[in-house]
Design a protein around this ligand. Structure first.
Ligand code: ZN
Length: 317
């Protein structure tokens, strides 16, 4: 893969969801991959697992457009790559691809916004409402389409999560989501930087479970009292992938000290929560938290590189 410039699309958890009850000897399911676009416009998947070594060089300045999606139905969508691989000016898209993207219309659908027929079919599938808690106890309410029920939370990097309602479509679920935000004060977003910072010193699993259980209970009480049609209150735990276990465990580690937007990097992925890796550097026993999400829309070249080990104090606790 050396000398080929890849545009990083991000880390995706598209594998099968793990069994609700772990099967001895089988993986926790849903192994993630980094999606890469080669110069010919072919997308490839680099599987990420415990022990995967990543060595790369940032091969261009700034971010490049990842294209846009056209949604045709619940499980049917086209990813249209940016013909020019233009500079990204709207997050990870250029102006043109941002305007063409169906998904930007999703957020106004429940307020009466008009959507094309394919996106409408996608939104009319059943959806789940969940409460997710991250490593420092920060929590959010969110929604997942039925087909992405498990995967959505894996990509979010939840430490603990519970589903609190099953809605008949994507309109109802977003009305419920807004209600939980308004009446329970739960935000709809926790920033990636905050998730990464939290994984440097995760709270105890028992505490995070208690926080999530309490907030999910409050959400269920509000939902049960809300009346209205098109949903049922549920009480169901999300099963965290096995590959995330070490990242979410209480331990002392360090924030990755280098800027992923420039230079060369190399480390071994030990565990992965969403897009955030627990990584080992050559020549150090310490663990570092690396937000691989920062590589999204960046151009990289793989190679035999290793990140410099910073001088850090061993005992911060
Ligand atoms: Zn574009």
């Amino acid at each position: 893969m050396t000398d080929t410039r890849y545009l990083v699309h991000g880390v995706f958890w598209d594998g099968p969801a793990p069994a609700a009850v772990p099967v001895p000897g089988e993986s926790g399911g849903g192994l993630p991959a980094m999606r890469l676009q080669d110069p010919d416009g072919t997308l490839t998947e680099l599987a990420l697992d415990a022990g995967t070594r990543l060595g790369f060089r940032l091969a261009a300045k700034g971010k490049h457009c990842l294209g846009h999606h056209k949604v045709h139905g619940p499980a049917d969508r086209d990813h249209v790559l940016c013909p020019a691989r233009a500079a990204a000016t709207k997050g990870s898209q250029c102006e043109r691809c941002f305007v063409l993207d169906d998904s930007r219309l999703i957020h106004d659908f429940h307020r009466g916004g008009r959507v094309p027929p394919g996106l409408r079919a996608y939104l009319m599938q059943p959806h789940w409402l969940y409460v997710a808690t991250f490593a420092n106890g920060a929590s959010k309410v969110g929604t997942a389409s039925h087909l992405r029920k498990w995967h959505r939370l894996a990509e979010q990097g939840a430490v603990v999560a519970r589903y609190v309602a099953r809605a008949e479509d994507g309109r109802v679920v977003r009305i419920l989501e807004d209600m939980i935000t308004r009446d329970a004060g739960l935000p709809q977003q926790v920033r990636a930087a905050a998730k990464a910072a939290a994984l440097v010193a995760p709270a105890a699993a028992v505490e995070l479970d208690a926080v999530n259980g309490r907030l999910a209970g409050e959400a269920r009480t509000l939902l049960a009292g809300a009346g209205g049609e098109g949903f049922e209150v549920v009480d169901e735990r999300w099963v965290r992938p096995e590959l995330s276990a070490n990242a979410c465990a209480q331990a002392a580690r360090h924030a990755y000290p280098h800027d992923l937007g420039t230079g060369t990097h190399g480390f071994r992925v030990e565990s992965l929560s969403g897009s955030i890796a627990l990584a080992a550097l050559d020549g150090s026993e310490l663990e570092f938290v690396v937000n691989l999400g920062q590589l999204k829309a960046r151009m990289i070249e793989f190679g035999d590189h290793g990140s410099a080990v910073p001088a850090v104090q061993e005992s911060l606790f």
